[in-house]
Design a protein around this ligand. Structure first.
Ligand code: NAD
Ligand code: UDP
Length: 314
């Protein structure tokens, strides 16, 4: 009989964590989901709760983690939407630093491979376009986004120091804007805001007139990239960009959502939030080369599935 493989998923009740838990359970893992439900939702893991291989622990990644061995530790705990991470900026910074340290200390004590959900925000408001992993970024240390950007940068630093000094196996992924089922309709990020508003006939708010760009990845593509990286040879530590290089202005996204939802909602201009990046697009050459990964789902196809999901949620 083969031994049961085990995984700890911090932030497992959130948007991406729900997908990671589901995939691990489907692969036969024992899954412990640790989440303080700051932005995660119980309904996300309700389908898993009857599974004897699934355990939910309501807990904070800044506090003690389960003192036992896991084969894999997936560190996703951190609010990802700007209004959420800016609501408690000191908390956001400390989730990234203390949470990451707790995860890495657990791996030192009991072993286990560590996956860190890092972000394209590492690149800040980039002067280099598209962004490849070698670009060091243009990040404010003092602005309202810094708690998240600098927290994630420090977390990456901790990963690499634990890797060099303690031999911890690390897998660092830089995630670009991702959307799809299991997002909270009230999450506050642009895709959920636009679809929910369009479905309700409410106005879509274009911050800064919507001329800034983002590159949107459908969640199934992203999760395939996560698992390719996590199961790759130990020599591949990352950071690796995972995202869809298709680049759109926020206004183009709004117009596409209106067309696809057949909505008459008005578009209204709002001021651009401070330090909001003006452009973002991943260079995914590294992921193609070392993981043989690239996204398959174009924006229109992914939005169709996301709209169907939000129509039942909103
Ligand atoms: P999310 O907000 O839906 O999920 C985050 C989860 O972490 C939630 O369930 C929340 O309750 C939990 N959490 C927050 N603070 C915690 C704490 N102190 N202790 C335990 N749990 C805590 O966001 P998401 O989109 O699923 O993002 C998951 C991870 O991926 C985050 O680390 C985020 O920074 C990163 N990321 C996501 C994207 C994206 O486009 N979705 C982009 C870049 C990076
Ligand atoms: N945005 C917008 N209207 C909204 C929400 C966001 O115009 O209702 C803009 C936001 O200013 C940013 C882009 O959409 O330029 C993506 O925002 P999101 O919060 O989804 O992600 P991030 O800024 O972290 O990339």
């Amino acid at each position: 009989m083969t031994e049961l493989r085990s995984a700890l998923v911090t932030g497992g009740a959130g948007f991406l964590g729900t997908h990671v838990c589901g995939r691990l359970l489907a692969e036969g893992f024992e899954v412990v989901c640790l989440d303080n439900l700051l932005t995660g939702r119980r309904k996300n893991f309700r389908p898993y709760i009857e599974n004897p291989r699934f355990t939910f622990i309501e807990g904070d990644v800044r506090d003690a983690l389960p003192d036992r061995a896991f084969d894999e530790i997936w560190n996703l705990a951190c609010p990802a939407s700007p209004p959420h991470y800016q609501a408690d900026p000191i908390g956001t910074m400390m989730i990234n630093i203390l949470g990451m340290k707790n995860v890495l200390d657990l791996a030192v004590k009991h072993g286990g491979r560590v996956f860190q959900a890092s972000t394209s925000e590492i690149y800040g408001d980039p002067e280099v376009h598209p962004q490849s992993e070698s670009y060091r970024g243009a990040v404010s240390t003092t602005g309202p986004r810094a708690c998240y950007d600098e927290g994630k940068r420090a977390a990456e630093t901790l990963c690499f120091d634990y890797h060099r000094n303690h031999g911890v196996e690390i897998k660092v992924v830089r995630i670009f804007n991702t959307y799809g089922p299991h997002m909270d309709p009230k999450d506050g990020r642009v895709v959920s805001n636009f679809i929910v508003s369009a479905l309700k006939g409410e106005s879509l708010q274009l911050y800064g007139g919507g001329t800034q760009t983002r590159s949107f990845c459908y969640v199934d593509d992203l999760i395939n990239g996560f698992f390719s990286l996590m199961r790759s040879d130990a020599s591949i530590t990352g950071p690796v960009n995972i995202g869809n290089p298709g680049e759109f202005t926020i206004k183009e996204l709004a117009e596409l959502v209106l067309e696809m939802t057949d909505s008459k909602s008005p578009l209204i201009d709002k001021p651009l939030p401070k330090d909001d990046p003006l452009q973002r697009r991943p260079n995914i050459s590294l992921a193609k080369e070392v993981l043989n990964w690239e996204p398959k789902v174009p924006l229109r196809e992914g939005l169709k599935k996301a709209i169907a999901y939000f129509a039942t949620e909103a």
